[in-house]
Ligand binder design. Structure first.
Ligand SMILES: [Zn+2]
Length: 342
């Protein structure tokens, strides 16, 4: 069965060319997918606008209105690094709705797995505030939709972006219906994501943060996948795996200090595909978050699609990092201990 993607030209209209999170990111991804002949192997899913109600399942109505009103003027700034322009509200609604369409396509059997190539990204956005280039929290909106509309009881959200997805963590911190698992550079923006953040109340134990030192690379991420993510996922038994797919942990990324390669990203996605096949009939849906070196971003997204399609080989035009990796033994030990995996 097919691997699907979601793309909409409206995603390019939220743009500030001097900002790292600009429309060229997505243009480069699409161009690279065409050049490699990957796009024609994929099923295209049309995006739609998320409804006010769907967005309000995660964000306060006053905040949604604030974004709508801010989009009526010329380009402005919601915080030091998050811009909003004339098309931002429309693009943000369609980004969230695009991911919802991907979820629908997989649950209706039109696709086996899917990757929503959306902008603006979402995982930093909290209930009533934009943060870190993010307006609406696409992955949280999709998880909430899967719980409410599809009546799921357990959604696993894996966030391999360089940064901690504070907004996503917040949205489900006190409930067990979504398990949030994140690897991230720590300490780093936005400052959250210590391994002692494990959830609250009924959500205790359903937030799994893996704070990694700058300099963590393919070997370290691979060990975290095998020694933390796999046992956590098997214990949780998700009915769907959603992924905040950020590619700013690549060694060439200008915003981060991690050492992942394209091949390293591909092996993480391979682990996710295997977990989805084992636990939830392959239901794996990714959504684009960060990634700011255009060549590394496009190559990593292409490698991700190749793995989703079942290809044995992926292309890694940038090659491996040229620095030695930081060890991960201490953090793996700490996370396994607080989550009772030992
Ligand atoms: Zn990021």
């Amino acid at each position: 069965m097919a691997t699907a993607y979601v793309y909409d030209p409206l995603y390019l209209k939220h743009d500030e060319p001097t900002h790292p999170e600009n429309s060229r990111r997505l243009e480069q991804i699409m161009q690279h997918l065409r050049e490699l002949g990957l796009q024609k192997r994929l099923r295209s899913i049309d995006a739609r606008d998320a409804t006010a109600e769907e967005v309000a399942a995660v964000h306060r109505p006053g905040y949604i209105e604030e974004i709508r009103a801010a989009s009526e003027g010329s380009l402005g700034w919601l915080d030091m690094d998050t811009y909003v322009g004339p098309y931002s509200y429309a693009a943000a609604l369609r980004a969230a709705g695009g991911l919802l369409q991907a979820v629908e396509a997989v649950f209706q059997g039109q696709a086996h797995n899917a990757f929503a190539l959306v902008r603006p990204p979402g995982h930093h956005a909290v209930a009533s505030r934009a943060m870190g280039f993010c307006l609406f929290n696409n992955v949280a909106i999709a998880a909430r939709y899967a719980l409410r509309e599809l009546k799921l009881e357990r959604v696993l959200i894996v966030d391999f972006d360089l940064h901690h997805g504070n907004g996503t963590q917040d949205a489900f911190y006190a409930e067990p219906t979504a398990l949030y698992f994140s690897t991230h550079q720590y300490p780093h923006y936005p400052g959250t994501g210590h391994y002692q953040e494990t959830g609250r109340g009924a959500g205790q134990g359903y937030t799994v943060d893996v704070p990694l030192s700058a300099g963590t690379g393919d070997l370290g991420y691979g060990r975290v996948s095998d020694e933390i993510l796999v046992p956590v996922a098997r214990r949780y038994q998700p009915q769907l795996i959603l992924v905040s797919a950020g590619y700013d942990a690549h060694w060439a990324d200008p915003l981060g200090g991690m050492l992942l390669s394209v091949s390293g990203y591909a092996s993480m996605v391979r682990t996710l595909v295997a977990l989805a096949e084992e636990l939830c009939q392959g239901k794996l849906i990714l959504t684009l978050e960060g990634g700011y070196n255009l060549e590394a971003l496009a190559a990593s997204v292409a490698a991700t699609f190749a793995v989703l399609l079942g290809d044995e080989q992926v292309e890694d035009p940038l090659g491996p990092a040229r620095h030695a990796e930081q060890p991960v033994d201490a953090v793996i030990h700490a996370v396994r201990r607080v989550h009772g995996l030992d």
